[in-house]
Ligand binder design. Structure first.
Ligand code: MLC
Ligand code: AMP
Length: 480
């Protein structure tokens, strides 16, 4: 699964690094302890220790459950209760012992369990087998001409498939190096100026890079020298793509993926880097765009993306119902809506579910935030929506009917951060007298975001002035 031991640097986090030889010893030593277990949770701080623990799990054939180190109490309780890990590793010291040999586990052996949000309820554990990772990394290596000579820099969290599954494990399989930084355009630029050849990031990061390189010629030149910049996890706005191209000469390579499928579609290193598109299916992955009946919609018509191939997950842990519902005749239904250009290039145009929010590249379910907010004594009713945001792609908005006096928005925001995760906190909190509902009592969320709905009086004006946590200047809602 991984490149052979050698003196090449495998991983670097700030001052700390490990060669492939050291990584094999460190991971092998820990793997001895993991042998025989089924699942092990790892407190996925952005450290060498996390990478060693994940590699150890893979050596021992034990599934790793990475935990967001900032996870809140309710979410942690859910993940531990659902995945029932045999062990939880936290800041496990790196020990360079002399481990024995490990037999390569079979391709269907679970490798990672990644928790991902749905529209309602708590996150589901996506069980990814080894063959999904190996086949997908090899397909991406081909698409991006990614080799052991590359040095990847990224500042992504290590509890999702982007930063961990493809970022760390991809480089380690191909024999290249990874340098992990706390994300800032300057930190990435610094690495690109000193040997890093490629970068992975989410669109929020590229938006911040676009702003920074336009102001700073030296930084722009650092990005100009990169071999490859890859964006994914959410749609990269064509405007940011173009701004970066103008300032640095780099056309960003976009790819489209999911926790359940890893990477499905990507631009090629030597192909057209068309702003607003995600490219062509990667090797070995079948992609179709279909209508409600499962028929191919053809060129230029919007349909849902369905995927089939060795990149797919095994199941949602403990959720056979959800697993079954996610497939149609062997095809995984992504819920993403797309159109195909005449040359096969795919453009993602939206999502089937409005209750899924992508903020900063994180997928967040409206339902889990609503449930968390309803636990707050000052919240009588609530609806959560996503609103366009230049920086985050979408920002989380909570529409709250207070049970008495409305609390400070920060209090509700912190409440969600504490219960779930900081990235799931509402960025804007708005108070209303009531929520618009249909005859069945279901909240009509689309009406919440339509500006004219308060003009036509279908929902009451805010009980107190509209209040924003993060972006007071941008609020469109001015009740009259
Ligand atoms: C803020 N913070 C709080 C808080 N408010 N902590 C506790 N309580 C509160 N109320 C902290 C945060 O933890 C964070 O700490 C810091 O303040 C800033 O928080 P933020 O505002 O949420 O971060 P932001 O600057 O917006 O981050 C932007 C970002 C981040 C782009 C760096 O969103 C990010 O890392 N995104 C990547 C998501 C990702 O990897 N997705 C891939 C999913 S896989 P600190 O210490 O962190 O600064 C997938 C499939 C595929 O989608 O195709 O890839
Ligand atoms: P996650 O569940 O966190 O793995 O997020 C997967 C989702 O991210 C997909 O279903 C898409 O909605 C979205 N996504 C990933 N990459 C892209 C992309 N390049 N363009 C648009 N959406 C993307």
């Amino acid at each position: 699964m991984f490149a052979e031991p050698s003196d090449r640097e495998a991983l670097r986090f700030g001052e700390n690094s490990l060669t492939y030889a050291e990584l094999h010893r460190a991971a092998g030593t820990l793997a001895e302890r993991l042998r025989g277990h089924t699942r092990v949770a790892v407190w996925a701080t952005s450290t060498l220790e996390t990478c060693v623990a994940v590699v150890a799990g893979l050596l021992a054939g034990v599934a790793i459950v990475p935990l967001n180190p900032k996870i809140g109490e309710r979410e942690l309780e859910h993940i531990l209760g659902d995945s029932k890990p045999d062990l939880i590793l936290r800041d496990e010291p790196v020990r360079l012992g002399t481990p024995g040999a490990f037999e390569e586990p079979g391709p269907e052996t679970p490798a990672l369990v990644i928790y991902t949000s749905g529209t309602t309820g708590p996150p589901k554990g996506v069980v990814l087998p080894r063959r999904a990772l190996t086949s997908n990394i090899d397909a991406l290596a081909k698409a991006w001409q990614w080799t052991g000579d590359d040095v990847l820099v990224h500042g992504l969290p290590l509890f999702h498939v982007h930063g961990l599954g493809i970022g760390i494990l991809g480089a380690l399989r191909l024999g290249g190096s990874v340098r992990h930084v706390k994300f800032s355009p300057e930190a990435i630029g610094q690495e690109l100026a000193t040997g890093a050849t490629m970068m992975f990031g989410v669109p929020t990061m590229y938006h911040r890079i676009a702003e920074a390189v336009e102001q700073n010629r030296e930084l722009a030149d650092q990005f100009r020298n990169a071999r490859l910049l890859v964006s994914g996890s959410a749609a990269l706005p064509a405007s940011d793509h173009e701004r970066i191209a103008r300032a640095t000469g780099q056309g960003i390579v976009e790819r489209y993926g999911m926790s359940e499928t890893l990477m499905n579609v990507s631009m090629r290193f030597d192909g057209d880097r068309r702003p607003g598109a995600v490219g062509l299916p990667v090797d070995g992955v079948d992609v179709q765009v279909v209508d409600e009946l499962g028929n191919d919609v053809g060129v230029g018509t919007i349909g849902e993306i369905e995927v089939r191939g060795p990149n797919l997950f095994l199941e949602y842990l403990n959720r056979p119902d959800a697993t079954e519902k996610a497939f149609r005749e062997g095809w995984f239904k992504t819920g993403d809506m797309a159109v195909r250009d005449p040359d096969g290039y795919i453009r993602i145009v939206g999502r089937r579910a409005t209750d899924l929010i992508k903020s900063g590249g994180y997928k967040i379910g409206a339902g889990e935030i609503e449930n968390a907010l309803l636990e707050h004594p000052a919240v009588a009713e609530v609806a959560v929506t996503g609103e366009p945001d230049h920086d985050l792609g979408e920002r989380i908005v909570a529409w709250v009917v207070p049970s008495g006096e409305a609390p400070e928005p920060d209090e509700l925001s912190d409440h969600v951060a504490r219960l779930l995760s900081p990235h799931k906190r509402p960025r804007v909190v708005r108070y209303l007298d009531s929520l618009p509902r249909n005859e069945m009592g279901k909240v009509l969320k689309r009406e919440l975001s339509q500006e004219d709905c308060h003009r036509d009086g279908r929902w009451a004006r805010p009980a107190i002035p509209v209040t924003s946590v993060d972006q007071p200047a941008e609020l469109p809602l001015q009740a009259t």
